[in-house]
Design a protein. Structure first.
Length: 417
């Protein structure tokens, strides 16, 4: 009987997704298609980029430096990105970001100079910041309130499916008979450039919108006067995002190297593992509105984050793929399934005219911590191994979850009362 009830709940949730898609404007739907292709392009790039750098002779510490440059670039661009999207609007903001990202990825494929790779990594981070800064306000402006749970979840699930598609095609590439891993990884990344370029074309032709509800100059005298009262909440929003970013940077950018170094897996097999991880995450994101209705937004974020910790411990200790792969999949699904919930909740409790700058400052904290974490993790892994990075990330995730619950659960109760 319980199974039938659960099945009916899932069917009801799927019907709400259909209604949400039918009752929201076309620019949002076309943007979802474009961003799906854009993120699929990035998934080709990020699935094999570390492996590519490793194959051409770079150590983990050098790879960590290159990866951290991207995060530092995002940090430097965060506040300018918030001002740019407010000034030019969503469409031109997305086009600028996508064009810069495509150009940088092409240049990365044409050089093996470490200083140039670091510089290009920083530029890729600026493009990433510019693109990501507009997504949450864009969804807020283009969705009806009663369907925001579904649309935020669907948007994140589509991005996750995009990464799954890229990872799966990376796995398929292993059957093409290309024996030179450098040639294989280069070909995969060129395919990513093509996908991202098609996404940019769709934005150019189809994403036309004049809605700017969340876009306004937050630095007028009147709005700055109200900033003082909002500052404590702003700090509360930034801190857990920064802690999670720092924890994630200690392990996530190096997971493909973890499977390569610990279990001697080739790139295509790692791509298959990543595919299943992304699919599990996407499924969780699509079902998370059901959890939110039962637990509330804050408790959903906290519980899923805490439940991921035991599986990180198993990954740190795993001596067999039989333990490592299931733990990787479950950890990834649990840690990421509540991302759309926190994005929506953070935007809902933020005053309209502070949404882009709040999103920017949270991204700054996230990217700064990721930049420092990737830099540190490269040296930790090279000289101490992967386990220490997992343990440190567990501590940071735990502190973040407790902080989020203590300081933000009153806002969740206030919003639902």
């Amino acid at each position: 009987m319980k199974c039938i009830i659960r099945l009916m709940q899932i069917i009801s949730a799927l019907r709400r997704y259909r209604t949400a898609l039918a009752e929201n404007p076309a620019p949002l739907l076309w943007f979802s298609v474009a961003s799906f292709l854009y993120f699929m392009g990035f998934s080709f790039y990020f699935t094999v980029f570390n492996l590519y750098l490793s194959e051409i002779g770079f150590t983990q510490s050098v790879i960590g430096t290159v990866l951290s440059a991207r995060s530092f670039g995002s940090v430097l661009m965060t506040i300018p990105a918030a001002l740019i999207v407010n000034k030019v609007g969503y469409r031109y903001n997305f086009l600028t970001a996508m064009g810069l990202a495509v150009a940088v990825q092409v240049l990365i494929l044409l050089t093996r100079s470490v200083p140039m790779l670091i510089l290009l990594g920083g530029l890729l981070g600026t493009a990433d910041a510019l693109f990501m800064i507009g997504i949450s306000p864009f969804i807020m402006d283009h969705t009806k309130e009663e369907y925001r749970n579904e649309l935020f979840s669907l948007n994140n699930a589509l991005h996750t499916f995009a990464f799954a598609g890229g990872s799966f095609l990376t796995f398929i590439s292993g059957f093409l008979g290309v024996r030179d891993p450098i040639a294989l990884y280069t070909g995969i990344m060129w395919t990513g450039v093509l996908c991202a370029s098609i996404g940019m074309i769709i934005v150019t032709l189809r994403v036309h919108t004049s809605l700017r509800t969340s876009l306004s100059n937050p630095f007028t005298r009147e709005k700055l006067g109200s900033l003082r009262g909002f500052t404590p909440l702003l700090i509360v929003l930034i801190v857990p995002r920064t802690l999670v970013g720092l924890g994630a940077s200690l392990i996530i950018p190096f997971m493909n190297l973890y499977f390569k170094d610990i279990f001697a897996l080739p790139g295509p097999q790692i791509g298959l593992i990543y595919t299943f991880g992304q699919l599990a995450t996407a499924a969780g994101m699509l079902l998370v509105p059901l959890v939110v209705r039962r637990l509330g937004k804050v408790r959903t974020v906290v519980i899923t984050e805490l439940f991921s910790l035991p599986f990180m411990f198993i990954l740190a200790q795993a001596g067999s793929l039989a333990y490592a792969i299931p733990s990787f999949l479950i950890r990834q699904a649990l840690m990421n399934m509540s991302t759309p919930v926190s994005q929506q909740f953070n935007m809902e409790i933020t005053p309209v005219h502070f949404r882009t700058i709040t999103n920017g400052l949270m991204s700054m904290g996230d990217n700064l911590s990721r930049a420092l974490g990737s830099l540190i993790a490269g040296y930790i892994i090279q000289y101490r191994g992967y386990s220490y990075s997992f343990y440190a990330a567990m501590v940071l995730y735990f502190i973040s979850a407790v902080f989020y619950y203590v300081f933000l659960s009153p806002w969740d109760r206030k919003g639902s009362s």
